[in-house]
Design a protein around this ligand. Structure first.
Ligand code: GLY
Length: 388
């Protein structure tokens, strides 16, 4: 396809976040082009697709919780509109998540999390070992306790992404294969995007939504995003039973999650968290630990076929929350740094960035996530450049 010479908005990054923003912006009547990047390397493909604002809450991420919950609240409508536009399923599965604990220490950790969730007023139900296995009979009998969270669902990210790509095509978003190399500007205002092959796209509005690669373009202010490697597995139960719920576990001090698909043909097991930059290796140790932990929780997984091993790069930020909104370069809007929550945060990010471009301001829920919160943070920019 020949690249267009101009568009009202150029979205850099064709993953979930980029395609969702492009689709929503196109519905406002603007001409939109997406510079896709390399789709096989995208976190959007590798991710497990948990929608877990409650079970993935941690003690240090209070401000992020509100954004996660706002996105969860939009999910049903977002997917319904997407399926309507794309004419294909988008993978949302309204099935609860069960967090379980393997040994006494794990149970203490889960109880502490349960207490924290209760103090925050988040809905969860504590379960005994027997009750856990009533919900999920495939669980190991050694499981000591559990926490059922009815509102934490999952979404098959590959189906969601395919639907977003189709919605973009149907609404006339222009797909530009290749990588963005530079954001060009004059007098402090964006005037275009230069691709790796030298192609130039003229525009006054760029949305940077290229995940872990956000810090790699020239012409942008420093963006403190770094790649956080995750190794993840896909198992095929073949003819064996698959779990019905998403299972998260503390097991012998490790954390693992198992996300089953509606088809019963895939269980995603994840994930390592490694500060190794862009290291594409699937390691024997990474695969071993995930399979070991999965088997401790759900013994039947040892009999499943190992159908895929992959590596993805979470776009990490200093506070684990995304970077949304304008920056010092007029016309450059940031939508990156979604770290562990890219699938979950897709609807709210698309809504917020569309509102910003359409009406000039972010919705209240997103105002705390602009780049300027890192101003003066010692070393944030340098850290980014070193690791990229
Ligand atoms: N949200 C799951 C992960 O980052 O592994």
């Amino acid at each position: 396809m020949t690249a267009p010479q101009t568009a009202d908005v150029v979205v850099v990054g064709g993953g979930l976040i980029g395609t969702a923003i492009a689709w929503r912006l196109r519905l406002t009547g603007r001409s939109v082009a997406v510079v896709t990047g390399e789709r096989s390397a995208a976190a959007s493909r590798v991710a497990a697709g948990m929608l877990a604002p409650v079970t993935e809450t941690t003690y240090t991420e209070g401000p992020l919780l509100g954004l996660n919950q706002a996105s969860m609240a939009q999910y049903g409508t977002f997917v319904a509109e997407l399926e309507d536009c794309a004419g294909q399923p988008a993978g949302l599965r309204r099935v609860p998540t069960l967090s379980v604990a393997g040994n006494a220490d794990d149970a203490a950790q889960l109880a502490a999390l349960a207490g924290y969730l209760e103090r925050l007023g988040l809905e969860s139900v504590r379960l005994t070992s027997r009750e856990c296995r009533r919900y999920e009979p495939l669980l190991s009998p050694t499981i000591r306790s559990g926490l059922l969270v009815a509102g934490d669902w999952s979404c098959d990210n590959r189906l969601l992404w395919a639907a977003l790509i189709e919605a973009c095509r149907r609404t006339g978003v222009v797909e530009v294969p290749g990588f963005a190399h530079q954001i060009s500007s004059g007098k402090g205002q964006v005037d275009g995007v230069v691709l790796g092959d030298g192609t130039q796209l003229a525009t006054s509005q760029v949305v940077l939504a290229n995940g872990a690669w956000a810090a790699q373009l020239s012409g942008t202010p420093p963006i403190p995003v770094r790649p956080v490697k995750g190794q993840i597995l896909r198992l095929d139960p073949v003819r064996l039973p698959a779990p019905s719920l998403t299972i998260r576990a503390f097991t012998s001090g490790h954390e693992v999650y198992l996300v089953p698909r509606e088809s019963g043909r895939e269980v995603v097991v994840g994930a390592t968290v490694e500060e190794l930059g862009f290291d594409p290796r699937v390691t024997a140790g990474g695969v071993y630990e995930l399979l070991r932990d999965a088997r401790q929780v759900l013994p039947v997984t040892a009999e499943y076929a190992l159908s895929e091993t992959s590596v993805g790069y979470r776009p990490g930020t200093p506070d684990n929350a995304p970077i949304l909104g304008p920056c010092e370069l007029t016309g450059l809007v940031l939508a990156t740094g979604h770290y562990r929550n890219g699938v979950l945060l897709t609807p709210v990010t698309a809504t917020a960035i569309t509102q910003l471009i359409e009406h000039g301001s972010l919705p209240e829920v997103a105002t705390g996530f602009t780049l300027d919160r890192f101003a003066g943070l010692p070393g944030a920019a340098e850290l980014t450049r070193e690791r990229a």
